[in-house]
Design a protein around this ligand. Structure first.
Ligand code: S3P
Length: 175
């Protein structure tokens, strides 16, 4: 069975929904940011500070290449995976792509809770989020299903994903 891959901007609920979805489907869960941190023995913030964003993108690409070879796994990705077309092609070759979206206000609110996102650790955070959201919105369109999570709980979002997977026959096949 194919992987179920969650893509979307920061704060759209990829990790919380992915974890819940995996447990409901009885499938393994991988968060690519967490895998990058474990494999490199440092946080993403540290990686940005010490080596810069390009280094992180390279590590991210390596992890995407690895997890794209998995099967039957729920994969939550970092918001920037879509910036490299090869990442999307790889994830898509062996996975169903689900894009999570949310309104600007909701994203600003959700991303204000933790300070672990180096791209947003700046005084003009609100303006940067608006700009990045606009620049990236087109990239998330290539998904098989798109869900606006602004007013939904991870439980509701995972319900919608499971319905879609069932209807599309994606849950058939061996794992
Ligand atoms: C990033 C999103 C983050 C993380 C890194 C860069 C981005 O992941 O990969 O800070 O470029 O949008 P989340 O989307 O899980 O916050």
């Amino acid at each position: 069975m194919k992987n179920v891959v969650l893509i979307g901007f920061m704060g759209t609920g990829k990790t919380s929904t992915g974890r819940l979805l995996a447990s409901r489907l009885g499938r393994p869960f991988i968060d690519t940011d967490q895998k990058i941190e474990i494999e490199n023995n440092m946080t993403i913030s540290e990686m940005f500070t010490v080596y810069g964003e390009q280094f992180f993108r390279q590590k991210e690409q390596e992890v995407i290449s690895k997890v794209s070879r998995y099967t039957c796994t729920v994969i939550a990705t970092g918001g920037g995976v879509v910036l490299i077309p090869e990442n999307l092609a790889r994830l898509k070759s062996n996975g169903v792509l689900i894009a999570l979206t949310a309104s600007l206000d909701v994203i600003l609110e959700r991303t204000s809770r933790r300070n672990s996102r180096p791209l947003l650790d700046r005084p003009d955070r609100d303006a940067i989020v608006a700009k990045m959201l606009q620049e990236r919105s087109g990239f998330y369109n290539s998904a098989d299903l798109s869900i606006d999570t602004s007013e939904k709980t991870p439980q509701q979002v995972s319900d919608m994903i499971i319905t879609f997977l069932r209807q599309g026959g994606y849950l058939r096949g061996r794992c």
